[in-house]
Design a binder for this molecule. Structure first.
Ligand SMILES: C[S@@+](CC[C@H](N)C(=O)[O-])C[C@H]1O[C@@H](n2cnc3c(N)ncnc32)[C@H](O)[C@@H]1O
Length: 301
């Protein structure tokens, strides 16, 4: 494995000593181990709603501690600014990245339609592969969730247009030509699903935002916050749910802010450098190795 790390580093023009390669290996082991070892594929989360476990990524589709539905409402819908926006607008567009079971979209549609029943909503749901198993959503979301998967024509008659786009987002994001009010960015975590969090992909994704649009994510990872800062966005933190640090939000024109402590971490931590994927084709493991090589070099100086 160490030789493999050295070879990948070399490809990016980084020369690693044996000691440095061992340190990179240690970082990979530390950050990339599975977060959960569940027996079954479907588990109950803290708010009583169910979610799926991904064996491939070693992670649940939703936070078990926060609760699946609670996470959608508090970590995505509330910080997105959409609740205020639908009070004044009759048309809303959302990109739901890592559409998964569709919970984020279902929770958003339900609450936004309650506020403004006349609202038309268009959602682009992007995922590498849509899940073959779907845990049932609790009330009051069940009927809507079933329609999202089984009867999108009926939803269209109610002014809800859902366009599902399957494939690696690095190949599909460009097919969206609309500017959107909100982007829910909900892949697995940055060190287990790195191709979804590179500065290069974030540049593409955020280029779809309207000036007052908001990109929302559950992560507080420094590599992501730093990338958004470098891209020139206002970056802020959403209210923490079930843990100490909140998620991340950013916008081209809405004035969002991180606290002093977070800004300090972004200046001083060796981990506060972006993940990179210039070609949007780099294998995920290479993205990570390159990142940790850079981290090790910074730590060593
Ligand atoms: C945490 S789950 C999403 C949960 C979902 N938002 C929900 O509410 O059910 C992460 C999703 O990201 C998707 N994903 C991972 N890598 C991807 C890629 N390269 N392109 C597109 N989707 C990807 C996975 O297939 C998975 O469905």
């Amino acid at each position: 494995m160490v030789d493999d790390i050295k070879k990948i580093a070399e490809k990016s023009g980084i020369v690693l000593s044996q000691e440095e390669a061992l340190k990179v290996q240690k970082e990979l082991k530390r950050w990339c181990k599975p977060s959960i070892r569940a027996e079954g594929e479907i588990i109950k989360t803290r708010d009583g709603s169910f979610t799926l476990i991904s064996k491939e990524y070693g992670e649940p589709y939703h936070s078990v501690y926060a609760g699946a539905v609670r996470e959608c409402y508090e970590k995505f819908l509330l910080p997105s600014g959409l609740i205020d926006k639908v009070k004044k607008n009759n048309k809303i567009t959302i990109i739901d990245i890592g559409f998964g079971l569709g919970y984020n979209s279902v929770v958003a549609i339900h609450h936004l339609k309650n506020i403004n029943p006349a609202m038309e909503i268009k959602i682009y749901g992007l995922d590498k592969t849509f899940p073959s198993k779907l845990p049932p959503m609790p009330e009051p979301y069940r009927n809507l969730h079933n329609k999202v998967w089984e009867n999108r024509d009926a939803l269209e008659r109610e002014g809800i247009l859902i366009k599902l786009i399957e494939g690696d987002i690095r190949n599909t994001i460009d097919s969206i030509k609309d500017k959107t009010d909100a982007i829910f960015h909900d892949p697995f975590s940055p060190f287990r699903n790195p191709e979804m969090w590179t500065i290069d992909l974030l540049r593409e994704v955020t280029s779809k935002l309207k000036e007052d649009g908001i990109w929302v994510s559950y992560t507080s990872a420094l590599c992501v916050r730093k990338a958004l800062k470098i891209l020139g966005f206002f970056v802020g933190e959403s209210t923490p749910v079930g843990r100490k640090r909140g998620g991340t939000v950013c916008s081209p024109a809405k004035r969002l802010e991180l606290g002093i402590q977070e800004e300090r971490k972004l200046k001083l931590s060796p981990y506060a450098i972006p993940l990179k994927d210039k070609t949007l084709k780099t294998p995920p493991r290479e993205i990570l190795i390159r990142y940790f090589c850079e981290v090790i070099k910074i730590k060593g100086t």
